[in-house]
Ligand binder design. Structure first.
Ligand code: NAG
Ligand code: NAG
Ligand code: NAG
Ligand code: NAG
Ligand code: NAG
Length: 687
């Protein structure tokens, strides 16, 4: 009885709270209004002068700054320095941004007053004469994504509590007199994409930020030392210049010296430790020698026992096997050279397949018509024998979760790419059928397999080698590469071509007989699939599998080579069929995110972390922050709309809204094409 009463009371309380917060959603409370007016007065130096400044700017606690649904959009009754949430927004009626830049403010920042408005997203205080420090209380502004305090006279150290600001994306503290260390906790701000701290007096070392995730970063003109972050991404010297001479770390500075020997008591102590280490070394060496002698004695004893009968040969035996190591080495190296390949092919993809006599190389393509493959490579593939692959020098191109790739130059000079497949889930028969079906579908954006090899322990797929590299290298390659960053039209072109190629392949590989997809004039499908066969998905679509031809046209490599767990096996059920294709659509979404953000996915990940990051930033309506700097620096606003639309396509590919069917590859290709067409139209309109 008492329990039911308590439960009912709890429900009532919760309901009241909900009602209250629902009510409160409409406008800022009196408390918030008073706090904000006081905040501005404090910024302006406090006292009567501060109050006067606040009034002069139009901040008045007796006026509702954002009259919600009844007002007009985001304009505030408090004047131009205040921006409200838009009418449709969940936070409609509240203040979204405060922009007090260049207002000659000479007071201090009071975080507790500011953070009384919890919905606040952006605060801009740049180019004033603010003094004092950056208070730790700023981390209480839970919704804050953008915070600018640059070009003031602020001092003291940055509060490490700011590392708890989960939403913070942009922090600019440059051009002040801050000192102390850059808090290591800033590395934990998940969505931080701009950190600008140049022209201060920061000391110590730079936290090991993951800079490839940043859109801007600048710590130059401070008093920092030591190693730069391990991965500087595309940031150059100007982000680190003019710091204390101790700056080190590749690729911008000389290699860092090894960490100093322990003990800060000067030379004497370190000399002493070095001596200790030296003696320790001698002792260890002694132990090893003693152990070796004991071992030899023991093995000699055993040999003596074994050699009871052949007493005459005993001495010679002992001599041969133990005292003369050269005999042993020569036999060993002889046996190796009898089997192994020339030196350069020591890592040959085919080395492990030596023991399989019956299997042979299946050449798939005898003519190069209607495909991306050059005639030279097709000709080389025509007469290709497994022994050629075995004998030719191989160069490791890359290693992945599902096997390694090698460049192999066969006799005749043609360069081939050999994928060595590490996938135990597919049977040999199934693998053979998959490769034959994939090879029969031709599309200019899909690299066809030229040949494959399938034996018990070894599966190889042979392609023409593409010397122009992969999309992964082009997007995330080192800054030494001479290529200019890919611009927006180029990225949209890649997205369109890959979407078309994937849509074509999905249609051709569906296995339900539906194989006519006429997206491109030069593509053709023979009878690729018969009804009832399992759909073949790409399986490992990612930026390192998008290669470029010599004319820099994108082409999809390694289609169907791997059947990830959910499509492996022989099940022909509809769910397994669609899950593989669905996974491809999702992978294409991640590929779009990479194109738009310029960020790499985690090495072994599936792109979830990139998707999460993008979601966390765009949820805060600062969509532009996710785009690659290389895209935005050019002609901004015009393209941005279409970038946002492509971003929406990417997000639909990754996570369809609840109750909404995920799009098929063909639908995705349609959407990407529409964006491309619009882009073309706007370009010709500009011309
Ligand atoms: C107000 O909202 C409109 C769109 O609703 C937007 O174009 C405009 O930039 C916003 N103004 C400010 C100051 O944010
Ligand atoms: C900084 O503010 C002053 C006025 O306080 C203004 O004259 C100047 O143009 C501003 N500088 C920038 C870069 O906004
Ligand atoms: C701030 O500026 C006002 C005038 O704008 C002046 O009266 C006041 O003394 C200044 N305060 C400080 C601390 O410099
Ligand atoms: C730079 O930092 C060192 C300590 O790391 C300090 O001794 C030196 O005074 C600083 N230089 C300046 C200009 O602040
Ligand atoms: C970093 O700031 C300095 C000014 O201190 C500027 O010269 C440099 O261009 C900036 N670098 C970047 C990458 O913004």
């Amino acid at each position: 009885m008492g329990r039911t009463l308590a439960a009912a009371a709890a429900v009532l309380v919760v309901a009241l709270l909900l009602c209250y917060s629902y009510e409160a959603r409409g406008e800022e409370t009196d408390d918030v209004k008073e706090s904000l007016v006081e905040f501005l007065a404090t910024l302006a130096g406090g006292g009567d002068a501060g109050q006067a400044t606040a009034r002069a700017l139009g901040w008045d606690e007796s006026v509702d700054p954002c009259p919600g649904a009844t007002g007009n959009g985001n304009a505030s009754k408090w004047g131009r320095q205040v921006v409200c949430f838009n009418n449709g927004d969940r936070n409609a009626g509240k203040i979204k941004a405060i922009d007090l830049q260049s207002q000659n403010l000479n007071g201090t920042i009071d975080a507790s007053l500011l953070c009384a408005a919890p919905a606040l997203r952006m605060v801009n205080l740049q180019n004033n004469s603010l003094t004092g420090g950056l208070p730790a209380g700023v981390s209480a502004c839970a919704g804050l994504t953008h915070f600018f305090v640059d070009h003031n006279r602020l001092s003291g150290s940055l509060p490490s509590s700011l590392g708890q600001s989960r939403k913070l994306a942009v922090l600019d503290v440059s051009g002040n007199s801050f000192s102390g260390e850059l808090p290591d906790s800033f590395r934990q701000i998940p969505g931080l994409v701009r950190f600008v701290a140049n022209d201060n007096n920061f000391q110590g070392t730079i936290p090991d930020f993951n800079l490839p995730n940043f859109l801007s970063f600048n710590v130059s003109s401070n008093n920092l030392t030591g190693p730069i972050p391990k991965n500087v991404g595309t940031f150059g010297l100007s982000s680190f210049a003019d710091n204390a001479a101790g700056m080190c770390g590749k690729p911008l500075f000389p290699e860092c010296p090894p960490p100093p020997t322990p003990g800060n008591d000067g030379e004497r102590k370190s000399k002493k430790t070095r001596k200790v280490f030296m003696y320790l070394g001698y002792v260890l060496l002694g132990c090893v020698i003693a152990g070796f002698v004991v071992y030899k004695l023991c093995s000699r004893k055993r040999k003596n026992k074994l050699g009871k009968k052949a007493r005459g040969r005993r001495v010679k035996d002992t001599f041969d096997s133990s005292s003369d190591p050269t005999t042993m080495t020569t036999t060993v190296s002889k046996s190796v050279s009898a089997y192994s390949l020339p030196a350069s092919s020591e890592r040959s993809p085919t080395a492990a397949a030596r023991g399989a006599p019956s299997a042979s190389l299946v050449v798939l393509r005898r003519s190069g018509t209607g495909s991306v493959t050059s005639t030279a490579a097709a000709a080389a593939a025509k007469d290709l024998r497994f022994e050629d692959l075995l004998k030719s020098p191989a160069e490791l191109l890359g290693r992945g979760r599902y096997g390694s790739s090698y460049k192999v130059v066969v006799p005749g000079g043609a360069a081939l790419a050999v994928k060595r497949v590490k996938d135990a889930t597919v049977t040999d028969d199934e693998f053979r059928r998959r490769m034959e079906r994939v090879a029969r579908a031709r599309h200019p954006a899909v690299l066809p397999p030229l040949a494959f090899y399938c034996a018990a322990q070894e599966k190889l797929v042979v392609y023409e080698y593409q010397s122009s590299g992969s999309l992964h290298r082009l997007l995330h390659g080192s800054i030494e590469s001479s290529q200019a960053p890919l611009d927006w039209p180029a990225r949209l072109h890649i997205a369109t071509k890959v979407a078309e190629g994937m849509a074509f392949m999905h249609s051709a590989m569906r296995g339900d007989g539906a194989s006519s997809y006429a997206s491109s004039t030069s593509s053709s499908v023979e009878t690729v699939a018969t009804a009832g066969e399992v759909a073949i998905a790409h399986g490992t679509l990612k930026s390192s599998n998008i290669l470029f031809t010599t004319s820099m046209e994108p082409c999809i490599s390694e289609y169907g080579v791997i059947a990830p767990p959910f499509v492996a096996g022989v099940s022909t059920g509809g769910s397994s069929r669609s899950s593989g294709l669905r996974a491809d659509v999702r992978a294409f979404g991640v590929l779009l995110l990479e194109l738009l953000t310029g960020k790499a996915t985690a090495a072994q990940g599936d792109g979830s972390e990139l998707a999460r990051w993008v979601t966390s930033v765009i949820q805060e309506e600062w969509t532009a922050e996710v785009f690659d700097r290389a895209l935005l620096s050019r002609d901004g606003a015009v393209n941005e709309q279409r970038m946002v639309r492509l971003l929406q396509v990417a997000m639909r590919c990754i996570d369809a809204a609840p109750g909404e069917a995920p799009p098929t590859m063909r639908e995705v290709a349609g959407m990407v094409n529409a964006i491309r067409d619009e882009d073309d139209r706007s370009l010709s309109a500009e011309a």
